[in-house]
Design a protein. Structure first.
Length: 461
């Protein structure tokens, strides 16, 4: 009887609707070298909790099929980050002489993709913006604490990527992974040159994170966002002396990707009903989390690990059923309205603006400023009318996707020179910055006055 191929002992296959199959290394007899494998991280409590946090924070109440989780996206980002690392490794070695083996580079990027969202709380970015802001932290800060804390021993014990073993003596420094998952620097740490060169592939405008969630969210929501040619973008990217660079032959594919991403923001993440839900959720979210978690997650990691959308919604259901004090019952009933989509706000006004249409100062207006300026322009008899405003570019799932594209480096082979994307005619078709301004009210009674005031604000700001 012939021996079975080593591949079958080395990796598990996980089915995926975007990539068909994902490979995950496994340990044990015949498994990959090292004292740990990717399967150990995937099976850890911190990764498994992401199964109970939706990828789309409140859009799953609007798009019936949007039931996918942060866990699925994490696996997809891991796969894409590894594929990209394998492609970039030859030019990375040329650019940085300290670049280690292919296996170590690929696995470092794969683990960064797997763990980039590990610090998310219930409702994802909404949790960042409406609870973690109290301590001026976000899910990436929590993720870094987990990567350099409880997950560090497993990361440091890895010894191979799915296809390549590390060279003798090589190991992943968990700080490399922590550094890669956030645009911000890592306190007290200077990244090796090769790690710094790879960072834009994890946090840039066309990162592994972005290039996974755009086709994934689009597919699962049933929203046709246009062609996304990720493989072409990866093929035409390389590490030059100036960093991550895209060959001009891939520029059109990148333009299509950025357009698709922008379309998805407007059709899904900024959907009018999604934002109505967010407005109503904002009223109850912070006081609920103060009761359920009661402090900075960094100071109470055990309680935070148990906090997911499943546990939160089960708890507020119990409150609504009267199994709590009056404060909790009131909050529970308010949550019940959100879950049942009994939404109290009605869309009265919507303005989609960019720098070509209105004064650029209007693009940086906050929700509070927009509301105050609206009231100032209403007739005196309506100054106390009840309404809510939403500035989608100022508070969003991942902020404005158009503000991060200026520094994309393009190589033009015919002229043998590098150009920033903002100077190319192709990318000038994209708005430099844009925002959605919306007004919600209880009814249409004062709609005309609110619309008139909004138009005045956006023309004169």
């Amino acid at each position: 009887m012939t021996d079975t191929p080593a591949e079958y002992s080395r990796v598990n296959l996980s089915s995926d609707p975007i990539y068909r199959y994902l490979r995950i290394t496994k340990g044990g007899p015949g498994g990959v070298p090292g004292e740990a494998a990717e399967q150990d991280l995937v099976d850890s409590a911190w990764l498994q909790r992401l199964r109970r946090i939706h990828q789309l924070q409140s859009a799953w109440w609007v798009f019936a099929t949007a039931e996918h989780s942060r866990f699925q996206h994490a696996l997809g980002a891991m796969h894409l980050a590894g594929e990209w690392a394998r492609h970039l490794h030859p030019t990375l070695m040329t650019s940085s002489k300290s670049t280690p083996s292919l296996g170590l580079v690929e696995e470092t990027m794969r683990i960064a993709g797997l763990l980039h969202d590990v610090g998310h709380g219930p409702f994802g970015h909404f949790f960042d913006e409406n609870y973690l802001d109290t301590w001026k932290i976000d899910h990436e800060d929590i993720g870094r604490a987990l990567i350099t804390g409880p997950l560090a021993p497993v990361i440091g014990a890895l010894g191979a990527s799915p296809g390549v073993d590390f060279e003798p003596g090589e190991r992943i420094d968990p700080r490399w992974v922590a550094y890669l998952i956030s645009p911000a620097g890592l306190d007290g740490f200077t990244a090796p040159d090769w790690v710094a060169a790879l960072k834009p592939a994890m946090v840039g405008a066309f990162s592994a994170d972005n290039m996974d969630y755009v086709p994934r969210d689009s597919y699962i929501c049933g929203v046709a966002s246009g062609p996304v040619d990720v493989q072409r973008i990866i093929h035409y990217s390389f590490i030059s002396p100036r960093g991550l660079t895209l060959h001009a032959h891939g520029a059109e594919a990148l333009y299509m990707f950025l357009n698709a991403r922008l379309y998805l923001y407007h059709q899904v993440y900024f959907h009018r009903t999604v934002r109505r839900i967010d407005l109503q959720l904002r009223e109850v979210f912070r006081p609920t989390l103060e009761l359920v978690l009661g402090g900075n997650p960094l100071d109470r990691m055990d309680r935070f690990q148990a906090l997911t959308e499943w546990s939160l919604l089960s708890e507020v259901d119990r409150w609504a059923a009267g199994e709590a004090d009056a404060e909790r019952r009131e909050l529970g009933l308010a949550w019940a309205d959100v879950v049942a989509r009994k939404l109290k706000w009605k869309l009265i006004y919507q303005g989609l603006t960019d720098a070509r249409e209105i004064p650029s100062a209007a693009l940086s207006v906050t929700r509070e400023q927009f509301a105050n300026r609206l009231r100032a322009r209403l007739p005196h008899s309506l100054r106390d009318v009840e309404f809510e405003v939403d500035v989608a570019a100022q508070e969003s799932r991942a902020f404005n996707p158009m503000t991060e594209t200026a520094d994309i480096l393009i190589y033009e082979p015919l002229e043998d020179r590098y150009q920033q994307s903002r100077v190319l005619e192709l990318f000038k078709r994209l708005p430099a910055r844009m925002a959605l301004f919306r007004i919600f009210a209880r009814d249409d009674a004062h709609g005309k006055a609110l619309i008139k005031a909004a138009n005045e604000v956006l023309r004169t700001t």
